[in-house]
Design a protein around this ligand. Sequence first.
Ligand code: AMP
Length: 214
Amino acid sequence: MDLVLMGPPGVGKGTQAALLQDRLGLVHVSTGEVLRRHVADRTPLGEAAHGHMLRGGLVPDELVTAMALDLVGSARCRAGVLLDGFPRTLAQARALDGALAEQDRRVDAVVWFSAPEDLLVQRLTGRRTCSGCGAGYHVLDRPPAVADVCDACGADLVRRADDDEATARARLREYAATAAPVREHYESAGVVRYVDGTGSVAEVAALLPTALHA
Ligand code: AMP
């Protein structure tokens, strides 16, 4: 089974993907995560992507698509992927459909998460990640016992470079403009399932089994 999780930044796709991958036995592919690793490793792709990411814009289609389709087509992902952050444009969606079709696969479902913009901005600007073990926190909803220190391993917590308010709002605007045609593309294929991403992690997770069987 190949699934796509869609919805604006901060809606909780990554968190739900981490829970779903174990439940469904799929490989979670987050293009944002892969790109951030390229930036940290200063690869040519990372160098080309970095400026776009800092401004909250999209990395050009040809760069992201090649990277994402390599992963989707790899042996590790043959049994199915859980895509998070890809496709983000109509060109990416068409390229994904073509690559899957070559392997007799298709996008079986697109889960579309939504939440009000102010809640998304609050979630994005407050989230922190442990620089040591990668554990996730939120300054309001899930604060660490000691400010800016990981409860699990004691390393410093960091905020993503693109999670300041101005960049978060730019990312939300970019998402609204480019994701709508992708959603319409999959709506016409009849595979979109709608999920309210407003609740807690557990509340949203509880909606998914029904949405996926719809
Ligand atoms: P995310 O972690 O999904 O919020 O992605 C972080 C940033 O990575 C985005 O703001 C984009 O700059 C870039 N990015 C991730 N996925 C894509 C994609 N499919 N197409 C273009 N840019 C992307």
